[in-house]
Design a protein around this ligand. Structure first.
Ligand code: ATP
Length: 625
């Protein structure tokens, strides 16, 4: 939807108000599914709460009128109405205590349920959805506001329900006195409807437009409070600058909120004053009727309370309907996010059961890229152009090229993080688009360039490569050994149970290279058929790098291995090398073939080799002096 069309759909005009009620069946399903007994309980007590004011009023009138009668019949005439009135009040109090307990619990359950729905939706999205700032705004809106709205809708409906019951029952008392007074008191608060509708609309639009800025404040606060950015912020002395930006946004939000609070208060004061005027005039009329002996003292109490109750209930009703309209708009944000169509290929499942899907998947024998081109959403230039190559089982492929030449993109397409490429990727000759994505992914072990440092135990950091075997220590040690970190883990205070990172208690912080080896162990934990490693040795010392590549070669002996690297010392041993430049494969072959071609590969290889040779000659010259 375009942003103008989206904004038009968010205006609180009559059509949109009516349309916004289309979500109600879903809201009620959500409430019902959260906890059926609590939901029914809350409904029942709100009906009771609606009729309780009129019962109290009737009991009070009986009590007051019984005072006169008691002068002839004795004090017991007053006693029973008195007992009934206070027993009913006590019952009411007790029920409202129970109700507030049930409501709180129900609200927590509902909020948990909505949070889980939002997170479930988030993990079902594709990477390109996730990288879309509009999707991120929609997520922020859903998280920010919409989470608690369904409960507020319930509250609002219940208070409308009880206000309506009160209004109708109390109006019956007033109609017996003056019907037109009842009519005036019911409809007077409605005069404020339009002004408050506009204010509600403005408040909503402020919140709606705020989502991108809210994400900026969230990001700034992460930068200012997390250890990943702390060192740079300290040394570049960025704290004040970032805090200033953060504060600027908070002040903007504050100014907007303050303006709206003032507006609401101003409109409220005008209508309140007018309402007090109506209230006072009605009171005066009741007193006048009493003065002319048209009504009893009990009726004076009854009518004056009925006037106040009618006005308050009618006002609650008006405000309740207004709030509902506003909640509906926010609710639209929740369902808009939950209804997002995910373009994630993992939704593509072939076969009936999980087991049959896995069993029917053949072992990966070959990977072929056939004229693959790809452009990131929103980018004008393609990241890959007509890439073609084939890799057979038992072979390793190294991808090399300058920064931004498309190496990581190629990996992301192979692991099905993006689906919208041209050409085809074939696994055993079958298009990847026709394959069961989840089953395929289970056959792949991967290390991303920006791998995750899980602030969890070593066991989880490695075991996430194969969750099914996370409890099998022997498997974890095997993976750690392959990645050359078994010795390091053994030396840790709690071995595999050692907490990593600094975020939680007793966390053990690792060096960049050690974290990278943990990520490699995670990939090696999986008995994959295809290993894909993106710059797995960028932070490793030469000795460890050699060890890791030896383990890698050993591991992929009868599987397929693809790795990206800028280290030509590692690349030269690959069976097949792709040289990439500006999204295209400009050279391919093995090391000898590419050196013979004397093209870009040979140039970059020699550049790196010469740097070492120069350093070596310098060292020799120095030692000769
Ligand atoms: N998520 C993304 N969204 C949009 N454009 C992207 C994204 N990731 C990469 N690009 C663009 O795609 C091109 C190729 O990037 P890619 O990460 O594949 O390069 P690379 O060869 O792996 O680089 P490096 O050696 O620096 O890791 C670059 O121009 C980059 O700006």
């Amino acid at each position: 939807m375009s942003s103008a069309a989206e904004e038009a759909s968010l205006t609180m005009n009559l059509t949109n108000i009516v349309q916004s009620f289309r979500y109600w069946p879903r809201v009620f399903r959500l409430l019902w599914q959260t906890h059926k007994p609590y939901f029914l309980f809350i409904l029942f007590f709100n009906i009771l709460r609606g009729v309780s004011p009129v019962i109290s009023l009737l009991l009070l009138t009986t009590l007051i009128d019984s005072i006169g009668a008691s002068w002839d019949t004795g004090f017991q005439t007053v006693l029973w109405p008195f007992i009934w009135l206070f027993a009913f009040t006590a019952l009411n109090e007790a029920l409202s205590l129970i109700q507030s307990y049930v409501s709180k619990i129900f609200e927590t359950l509902l909020s948990n349920r909505i949070t889980i729905l939002i997170v479930e939706k988030s993990i079902s999205l594709s990477l390109s959805d996730f990288e879309n700032s509009q999707v991120q705004d929609a997520l922020k809106r859903a998280q920010n506001e919409a989470g608690h709205r369904p409960y507020q809708i319930l509250q609002q409906i219940l208070s409308i329900m009880s206000a309506t019951i009160t209004l109708f029952s109390i109006t019956a008392v007033l109609i017996s006195w003056k019907w037109w007074a009842a009519f005036l008191l019911i409809f007077f608060p409605l005069t404020s409807f339009y002004s408050f509708l506009r204010i509600g609309q403005q408040e909503f639009m402020i919140q709606w437009n705020r989502a991108p800025k809210m994400r900026t404040t969230w990001y700034l606060s992460v930068l200012l409070t997390r250890d990943i950015s702390f060192k740079e912020i300290k040394v570049f002395q960025l704290g004040r600058y970032l805090l200033g930006k953060y504060n600027e946004l908070l002040l903007q939000f504050f100014a907007e909120d303050k303006r709206m609070i003032k507006k609401r208060l101003g409109a409220g004061a005008i209508f309140q004053a007018a309402q007090e005027g109506v209230n006072a005039s009605m009171f005066l009329m009741v007193l006048w009727s009493a003065f002319k002996r048209e009504i009893s003292i009990g009726q004076v109490v009854s009518y004056t309370q009925a006037i106040t109750l009618t006005l308050v209930s009618s006002q609650n009703l008006t405000q309740g309907i207004l709030s509902l309209c506003q909640h509906n708009l926010f609710l639209q944000q929740l369902f808009a996010f939950l209804d997002l169509q995910s373009s994630d290929p993992s939704a593509r499942k072939i076969g009936a059961s999980e087991a049959s899907r896995a069993a029917n998947a053949p072992v990966i024998q070959s990977v072929e890229f056939r004229n693959v081109s790809f452009r990131y959403p929103g980018n004008s230039h393609p990241a890959l152009r007509n890439v073609s190559f084939t890799l057979q089982r038992g072979e390793t492929l190294a991808i090399v090229g300058r920064n931004g030449s498309g190496k990581s993109t190629l990996m992301k397409l192979l692991t099905q993080l993006y689906d919208s490429f041209e050409g085809d990727i074939l696994i055993n000759g079958v298009s990847i688009r026709d394959m069961d994505c989840e089953v395929f992914r289970r056959k792949v072990g991967v290390v991303f360039q920006d791998f995750v440092q899980y602030e969890m135990q070593v066991k989880q950091n490695i075991g996430f490569g194969n969750v099914a075997k996370m409890e099998e220590d022997a498997e974890l040690w095997k993976a750690a050994d392959r990645a050359g970190i078994a010795g390091l883990v053994q030396s840790m205070p709690a071995g595999l149970a050692t907490q990593l990172g600094r975020l939680f208690d007793e966390g053990q912080q690792l060096s960049g290279g050690q974290w990278q080896r943990i990520a490699i162990a995670r990939a090696f934990m999986r008995e994959a058929e295809l290993y894909v490693l993106d710059e797995p040795s960028s932070m490793l010392d030469p000795e460890t790098e050699l060890q890791v590549f030896q383990a890698f070669r050993e591991l992929v002996r009868d599987r397929l291995g693809i790795f990206i690297s800028h280290r030509y010392s590692a690349i030269r041993y690959a069976d097949h090398i792709l040289m990439m430049d500006q999204g295209s494969v400009v050279e391919q072959g093995n090391h000898q073939q590419l050196m013979q071609q004397n093209g870009m590969y040979a140039e970059l290889y020699m550049m790196q080799a010469n740097a070492y040779l120069d350093a070596d000659q310098e060292r020799k010259a120095r030692s000769a002096v």
